[in-house]
Design a protein around this ligand. Structure first.
Ligand code: PSV
Ligand code: MN
Ligand code: MN
Length: 388
């Protein structure tokens, strides 16, 4: 059986993956949203469910909120509730994509009054961050156009800069602005922040505390995502990941489900670039569970990240470097692939037990009866769903 060196064990012990509150609500496609008994009805219940993931894996100590979906009257109280459940509140995600006023844009809109409204929403998010103790404000913009000629591409980029600069100014010294990109959807012709280069250009113009979020589902098929990871780390601008997997578009499926090898390659570049367990690079999930149970879906996801991290840590980097320097193509590739093909599951199970965790967190959670309990307890009210 593979064994982990003390260095690898230390790296694995430090790993922290933030969960998205919205993963615990119902979600689906525009064709159908299937509800699940026991689905949370408010942010408090979402946090209680997220805490289960941490309890069985020790991998998920924080929960990201989405505003207004997770708006509450008293954020101090929500913070205490998270603390009581053994987790903390993490990134605050803004939302400028579900309001009629934003049909033609928010931070890029031609109308200063609409831009003002969108900026004020981000100010509210920063106030929430102050109350929750969150460091990161994550901004994903659904802005763009559907038809050539519809929009002034250049003017929108300039207005985006001005709006982001106003938001950035408002951040505290320990807070960061994290700008996410996505190549299409909901806009189909052009998107104002479609790629890492645009996100980089915009955050670089703001300052050191503005960084890029890389959502693994937001690239065209065939994109070499690990190259982008390398480049952003090299530039000191990789702020966070939204992990998920995709077969076709922005599928938001379980990370590592579609292409575990891609996840391995990404994490290898994170390690190579010094980003693993660095406070500068936040590991987060951005997923939706349309047909599977949400809590085990999240447990599976963090375990997938852990498994590929363990494999990537097994790459013999000095041997790899020697083979690369010698121009030994096949040996370099063998070293890389040997680590990828190593089954680390037995070693991870043993290591978990040595830390007082269940060898098989999926099974331990299933046997806990929690899903049946919340299905029985959470009767009445309105279940949370993606977008609410
Ligand atoms: C957009 O597709 C996105 O990836 C952004 O991160 C949003 O905040 C999130 O999805 C909402 O589910
Ligand atoms: Mn995302
Ligand atoms: Mn997405």
């Amino acid at each position: 059986m593979t064994t982990f060196s003390p260095e690898i064990q230390a790296a694995l012990a430090q790993q922290a993956i933030e969960l998205p509150s919205w993963a615990f609500g119902n979600s689906g496609t525009r064709f159908k949203v299937f509800a699940t008994p026991g689905t949370p009805r408010d942010p408090y219940e979402k946090i209680a469910d997220a805490a289960q993931v941490h309890r069985y894996t020790a991998l998920a100590p924080t929960v990201a909120l989405h505003i207004p979906w997770d708006r509450v009257d008293d954020y101090d109280d929500l913070r205490r509730h998270a603390d009581d459940h053994g987790v903390a509140l993490g990134t605050i995600n803004s939302n400028t994509f579900q309001d009629d006023d934003y049909k033609f844009g928010a931070l890029t809109h031609e109308d200063a009054a609409v831009r003002r409204k969108a900026i004020d929403h981000h100010f509210e998010c920063i106030d929430i961050m102050d109350a929750t103790g969150s460091r990161d404000l994550k901004i994903w913009l659904a802005e763009g156009s559907n038809y050539p000629g519809q929009a002034d591409l250049r003017g929108r980029q300039d207005r985006l800069h001005d709006s982001l600069a106003t938001i950035y100014e408002r951040l505290g010294d320990d807070q960061r602005l994290v700008l996410e990109y996505k190549f299409f959807e909901p806009a189909f012709y052009h998107t104002d922040v479609p790629d890492w280069g645009t996100s980089y250009a915009q955050v670089a113009a703001l300052g050191d505390r503005a960084v890029v979020c890389l959502d693994t589902g937001h690239h065209a098929p065939g994109t070499n995502i690990e190259f982008i990871v390398m480049q952003l780390l090299r530039l000191g601008k990789l702020g966070s990941f939204d992990f998920n997997s995709r077969f076709y578009a922005d599928d938001d499926l379980i990370v590592g489900a579609a292409d575990p090898f891609q996840l391995f390659r990404i994490i290898f570049e994170v390690i190579r670039g010094g980003g693993l367990n660095s406070p500068d690079v936040a590991f987060m999930l951005d997923q939706c569970h349309n047909i599977e149970d949400k809590i085990p879906g999240q447990i599976r996801s963090v375990l997938n990240v852990q498994e590929m991290t363990a494999r990537a840590l097994l790459v013999d980097r000095s041997a790899l470097e020697a083979a690369q320097k010698a121009g030994d193509v096949l040996e370099a590739n063998r070293i890389f692939m040997d680590a990828f093909y190593t089954d680390v599951r037995p070693a991870l199970a043993e290591w978990r037990v040595s830390r007082g965790l269940p060898a098989d967190p999926m099974r331990a959670f299933a046997e806990s009866g929690y899903l049946a309990q919340i299905a029985a307890d959470r009767v009445g009210g309105v279940q949370a769903g993606w977008g609410a």
